[in-house]
Every structure is written in structure tokens, then in C-alpha cells.
Write a protein that binds this ligand. Structure first.
Ligand SMILES: *Cc1c(COP(=O)(O)O)cnc(C)c1O
Length: 222
């Protein structure tokens, strides 16, 4: 199947209120153009350098989402054009994004990445450290970032019950944080969870953003 037909097949199966990020990491600009030509505008990349190189040669109405771990010293390279950073996992990083977004006179959307998987290889804040960040830091003062929700990755497993349990824990943590810190803020509304192999479960458990690479573009060649 072509990229266009795989993209359209996925879009048919997801509800209108769920946003699809096409994860184009390791795929060439020609693949992105094929999806873009089919009307898709939201793309996700893991690495700053790869996203920069690609975006420089692609239409500037593409909405770029950074999904991978971001080092504070690289924030300046993306702040001028990135739409959303889904992988914010520290107060230091949030402040740095705000600083460079301010220089670029923009507002950058941020998702706090939460560690929900049983694996210890993945990045992200624990529930506890996320609560602590929101309780103790004056993030409300940062005018050039908007915390729009939470992101999480489930354990890479065939165990559907475990995946479901992890997604469910992110959804319930989202509800808690919404209540305690964002009650009057409608912009805090996104739960980004679900990839090629588990997005259907994620949608059933309340995802508003899914991030799909392989099922659209095929296997990545590393
Ligand atoms: C690579 C990646 C995806 C997409 O994974 P697929 O299994 O190819 O759909 C989604 N989210 C993050 C954070 C990723 O790194």
C-alpha cells in the first residue's frame, strides 16, 4: 500500500476528535511530501537535527511535533518553528523552551511526558515528580509556553492488558492534574498516547493525540 492509502486507512478508523501525528523519523522528505499531498499537515520527529534539516526544505505550514528527548542546549534550534514539544520532562527544559520561544516571539505548546511503562529505559516524569513540578514551580509565569496536556508511551509488549492498564493510568493522572492545576484552563486538554501497534487501545482509553510512524510509512531503516 502507498503512504497515502495507509494514511487514509488509519484516518477512517479514528474518531474526528483524535489528532493523528504522522511520525516521519528516518523517512525521507519525499515520504513526508506524499503524506502532505494527501492533505496531512502534522508530523512528528524524534531528533532536533533531523527535524531541522527536513523542515528547512518542506512547506512551512507543516505543524512539527518534537517527540524525542530534548537536551536544553538544543532548544534554541527548534524554538522558532516547532509547534509542540511532546517530550518535556523537567522544569529546566520548560524554562529554556519559554526563553527561546520568547526570543522568537512565539508560544510553543508543551506536553509533559509521563513515565507510564514498566521498562526503565524510557524518559519521562513520574507521577510524583510531575505533581511536584506543578506544585512548586511558577510555570504559570511562563508566557511563551502553553502546557496543553500529557504524553506517555506504554511498555513495548504484546500484553494488551498491561498496555491498557498503563494508558488508563495516564488518563486518570490527566484527570487528577486537570482538577488540581488546570481547572479553568481549556487549553490543557491533550492526552498523547498510542503508536502503530497500540493506538486502538489508546483511543479506547481516552487518547486525543496518537503518534503513528510504521503503520503509515512502513518500517524504518536505521
Ligand atoms: C517512533 C515513535 C512513535 C511512532 O512509532 P511507530 O511504532 O512507528 O508508530 C511514536 N512516539 C514516539 C515518542 C516515537 O519515538
Amino acid at each position: 500500500m502507498s503512504i497515502k492509502s495507509q494514511l487514509e486507512a488509519i484516518k477512517e478508523t479514528i474518531p474526528d476528535n483524535v489528532k493523528l501525528i504522522a511520525v516521519s523519523k528516518f523517512h525521507p522528505n519525499s515520504a513526508i511530501i506524499e503524506a502532505y499531498s494527501a492533505g496531512h499537515k502534522q508530523f512528528g520527529e524524534n531528533k532536533v537535527q533531523e527535524m531541522n534539516l527536513k523542515s528547512a526544505n518542506l512547506p512551512n505550514d507543516i505543524e512539527w511535533h518534537l517527540l524525542g528527548h530534548l537536551q536544553t542546549n538544543k532548544v534554541k534550534n527548534v524554538a522558532s518553528f516547532v509547534n509542540t514539544i511532546q517530550s518535556v520532562d523537567s522544569w529546566k527544559l520548560l524554562k529554556e523552551i519559554n526563553k527561546y520561544a520568547n526570543k522568537a516571539q512565539r508560544v510553543v505548546n508543551c506536553l509533559l511526558q509521563i513515565h507510564i511503562a514498566k521498562e526503565n529505559t524510557k524518559y519521562g516524569l513520574s507521577f510524583e515528580s510531575c505533581r511536584y513540578l506543578l506544585d512548586t514551580q511558577n510555570w504559570q509565569m511562563l508566557n511563551n509556553i502553553e502546557i496543553v496536556g500529557l504524553m506517555g508511551m506504554a511498555t513495548n509488549t504484546d500484553n494488551e492488558a498491561l498496555i491498557r492498564e498503563e494508558f488508563r493510568s495516564l488518563k486518570s493522572f490527566f484527570e487528577e492534574i486537570k482538577n488540581t492545576h488546570f481547572k479553568n484552563n481549556p487549553n490543557f486538554c491533550e492526552i498523547s498516547m498510542g503508536m502503530s501497534h497500540d493506538y486502538q487501545i489508546a483511543i479506547e482509553e481516552g487518547a486525543t493525540i496518537i503518534r503513528i510512524g510504521t503503520a503509515i510509512f512502513g518500517e524504518r531503516e536505521y
